[in-house]
Unconditional design. Structure first.
Length: 344
């Protein structure tokens, strides 16, 4: 779910130091409430707004799938290290007393209710949203597998809110996203503590952006992670099976990520067509584009991957909700210079 400061450098899908969040940007990103976090429409935890019927349906589906497997909590080994590193930095910089262990458990807590779906295995960093099916997310021609999943990754960074200023590639990359989510959650927690909240109430405030936390699941997971720890799974990497590539698109080179749901590491329940309302997309490339003073997320399907008969590309300006801010185009495709394939 979250958003990135607009000036952040284009990632090369490697670990970066976790920076402190800029409160104004985080607040602005929350003005448009998330379908997976429509309970909070602003940085002020009291600034709720009415939830639409469509959003409520998504919330209900999310809550119906929020129960967490009662067995040991399992998490990808490198993703877990990324969270611990980011949480350690966040706790050291916090404006209230919070230990690295507490910050780690608090950062991890929303993941299993959001994307675990009761699975005993490690959640996949590649997880794509399964409950959205708004018409505006589909390819206008409604071709199979050409769909813009708005929520991406372990924390379901959503373009309608905290994911407004990052790409799907960044939301998948746990080195990047943990460096965003950990300080965000810790800052929210400390702000509540400093206003006089109890610790349980402050944790609830820190998790308000995740609808799957609304029934208390996240606090339960928090205590499980804090008291019993988390089991690392070496088979789940920080990109969750996505592959870093170099791409050329319309004559400009980019660092890109190739996202193929068939290669997902960790829990893959969401890759089954019957697992939710959202279509499972065909393999696509995703990258950040800087052109004409506008930063955009670009997702591109090659004809050979989609079977559409042409290359298809969709762009979303940073700050725009995908549910009304997408531009689709046929024709130009990505040249994958790493694998020597595509529109080269």
């Amino acid at each position: 779910m979250r958003t990135t400061p607009a000036g952040r450098a284009r990632p090369r899908f490697r670990a970066r130091p976790a920076g402190r969040l800029i409160a104004v940007l985080a607040s602005a990103a929350l003005v448009a409430a998330l379908p997976q976090s429509a309970l909070a429409s602003g940085a002020d935890p009291g600034a709720d707004r009415p939830v639409t019927a469509e959003e409520q349906e998504v919330i209900d589906l999310k809550l119906a799938n929020s129960p967490v497997n009662p067995g040991p909590l399992v998490f990808g080994a490198q993703p877990l290290q990324d969270v611990r590193t980011a949480a350690g930095t966040a706790s050291a910089d916090a404006s209230c007393a919070i230990t690295p262990q507490e910050a780690t458990a608090m950062t991890l807590a929303p993941v299993w209710p959001e994307v675990g779906a009761g699975s005993p295995g490690a959640p996949s960093p590649m997880t794509l949203s399964r409950y959205d099916n708004q018409d505006t997310l589909y390819d206008p021609a409604r071709r199979d597998g050409l769909f813009f999943n708005p929520g991406v990754g372990l924390w379901q960074m959503d373009s309608a809110g905290l994911g407004a200023h990052n790409t799907a590639g960044e939301a998948i990359d746990t080195a990047w996203v943990a460096g965003f989510v950990a300080p965000y959650i810790v800052d929210r927690y400390c702000a509540a503590i400093n206003r006089g909240s109890t610790a349980p109430a402050a944790r609830a405030t820190a998790w308000r952006d995740w609808n799957a936390c609304a029934d208390g699941s996240c606090d339960n997971v928090y205590w499980r992670a804090y008291n019993s720890g988390v089991t690392p799974d070496a088979g789940v990497g920080r990109l969750g099976g996505a592959e870093p590539r170099t791409c050329v698109f319309e004559g400009v080179g980019h660092d890109c990520l190739f996202v193929d749901t068939a290669a997902a590491e960790g829990g893959n329940w969401w890759t089954r067509p019957g697992s939710g309302r959202s279509p499972v997309p065909h393999p696509f490339y995703v990258f950040r584009s800087e052109a004409g003073g506008v930063t955009r997320e670009v997702r591109s399907w090659l004809a050979e991957d989609s079977g559409a008969g042409t290359h298809v590309t969709v762009t979303r300006p940073f700050g725009a909700n995908a549910r009304g801010g997408l531009t689709w185009a046929d024709g130009a495709g990505v040249c994958d210079t790493t694998a020597d394939r595509g529109d080269c």
